[in-house]
Design a protein around this ligand. Structure first.
Ligand code: HEM
Length: 445
């Protein structure tokens, strides 16, 4: 069995062996401190803030209860690329069709190849006109103060629903979709009580299944992720997925990441609007490209906007950590880790390491324009994960975010738009996304 210290073949040893038993457990808070953290979390303190404190106090590998906090490029890489005999995704609590989130190994690779067909570059050309139409329709109504995150969530959800499953906002079908979508996403804890949120969600899940099945049956040739996956499944050399699996994937793609794209875009805009320097660079790029027809080639040339999105991913990662589970007793970077321990790879803390990024706490999109390899080394920028489970929709999400920012800039006079004073409140060490309000002013043509 391979070890994970280097991912290059060092032997892993069971805890019963004297070699592992002699290794120390990772350092971490004592019982009193652990209880204090527990109380703070119950009172609403952000868990990522606690991770930050642990990193500062105990170093890159620390432990609290059965959670092992991991910070660092190599450290995260070791966890995310370890053999599945040793480290895996935690199994999902909920029963039902197994999807990427809870799979590992060969089955995961097979499913992932089919899902990935919906995120090939040539597909983006088909999604872009739909994205553009939906963004323009919505933002034209925004003249005046807007709660950015809330509005962008509604927008990104509509875009996911249309591009992933072909349901057009404003239609009866869309209203039906949403009436089941929200109960499913807010299902809460598992419960067998008939009127509980969970049981209502399970009923909605069944209704959703029929909506999506009908959608595919009626318009199988429409370029949506749903139909693309059905076709890719039929063509797969490893055999097709079941109808249940494909429909679950279609639904999952509308749910996964919708709020993450909104968060990424909100942070990028917030940072640009907070700095005359970045606002000026944004305006310069807009002056160059405004009025161009929107396609993949043009969007790929918007380097300042792209770098701002990457910098928002670095400084404000919408997914702040990734969890994995130790499948065996093992050593990790010299520490003893027990089977069943949960690895928590902190994306947020890793992105703040000065050895990876100069002036790491400062928002600086130009770091992605510089020729050095600051951001280029694999696993330095982890906002979309890394290894076999990395985000299937990374390019899709970046593209969508760039397109939203570009169209906002084209529609509104950015240097006249401003963050409404008193909004963008701090919550712990972070900006509370939901509090950010922007006053948008239409461009005078
Ligand atoms: C800014 C937006 C997004 C961010 C920051 C993000 C981040 C991530 C991260 C960190 C992972 C890795 C999780 C892990 O290793 O356990 C992941 C996986 C995944 N993401 Fe995203 N994501 C975003 C948007 C999306 C969107 C829009 C979709 C769907 C359309 C999506 C679908 C998925 C799927 C299916 C996986 C699981 C892949 C697998 O296990 O093989 N994500 N995402």
């Amino acid at each position: 069995m391979k070890g994970i210290e280097s991912n290059k073949g060092e032997e892993s040893v069971m805890l019963s062996s004297p070699r592992i038993a002699k290794r120390p457990a990772p350092p971490g808070p004592n019982l009193w401190q652990t209880v204090r953290y527990g109380i703070q979390m119950v009172r609403g303190r952000d868990v990522n803030e606690i991770f930050g404190e642990m990193h500062r106090k105990f170093g890159r590998i620390s432990k609290i209860g059965r959670y092992v906090l991991i910070v660092g490029r190599d450290e995260c890489r070791n966890v995310l690329t370890a053999s599945i005999d040793e480290i895996q995704r935690s199994p999902l609590a909920e029963k039902g069709v197994e999807t990427l989130g809870g799979l590992d190994g060969k089955k995961h690779t097979h499913h992932r190849m089919i899902v990935m067909q919906a995120f090939r570059h040539e597909r983006f050309e088909e999604y872009i006109p739909r994205m553009e139409r939906l963004i323009k329709e919505r933002i034209l109504k925004w003249n005046g103060p807007v709660r950015l995150m809330e509005q962008l969530r509604e927008l990104t959800l509509d875009i996911m629903i249309e591009t992933m499953v072909g349901i057009v906002p404003g239609s009866d079908e869309h209203a039906r979709f949403l009436s089941h979508y929200w109960p499913i996403t807010h299902r809460g804890k598992k419960s067998s009580i008939p009127c509980s949120h969970y049981q209502k969600a399970m009923k909605s899940k069944r209704a959703m299944w029929w909506i999506l099945k009908k959608k595919h049956a009626e318009r199988p040739d429409e370029p949506t992720a749903l139909n693309i996956m059905f076709r890719a499944s039929q063509a797969s050399k490893q055999g097709p997925l079941t109808e249940d699996e494909l429909i679950s994937y279609a639904y999952m793609l509308t749910e996964f990441g919708e709020s993450d794209v909104a968060a990424l875009t909100t942070y990028a805009l917030f940072e640009m609007l907070s700095s005359p320097q970045w606002l000026n660079s944004f305006e310069q790029e807009l002056a160059q490209f405004s009025g161009s027809s929107v396609d993949l080639k043009m969007l790929n040339r918007l380097s300042f906007i792209q770098h701002s999105i990457s910098e928002a991913e670095r400084l404000h990662p919408p997914v702040p950590f990734i969890a994995r589970q130790a499948m065996v007793d093992m050593t990790f970077k010299g520490f003893r880790i027990k089977k069943g321990s949960k690895f928590i790879c902190s994306i947020e803390q890793t992105h703040l390491l000065e050895e990876l990024f100069d002036n790491a706490t400062v928002f600086d999109p130009n770091r992605f324009a510089r020729s050095g390899d600051e951001h280029k080394a694999p696993f330095s920028l982890l906002g979309f994960g890394g290894g076999s489970h990395s985000c299937v929709a990374k390019q899709y999400s970046q593209l969508l975010s760039v397109l939203i920012v570009f169209l906002l800039g084209e529609t509104f006079a950015m240097s006249d738009c401003y963050l409404v004073p008193g909004t963008a409140q701090e919550k712990g060490a972070k900006i509370d996304l939901s509090s950010i309000e922007v006053d948008f002013r239409l461009r005078v043509q």
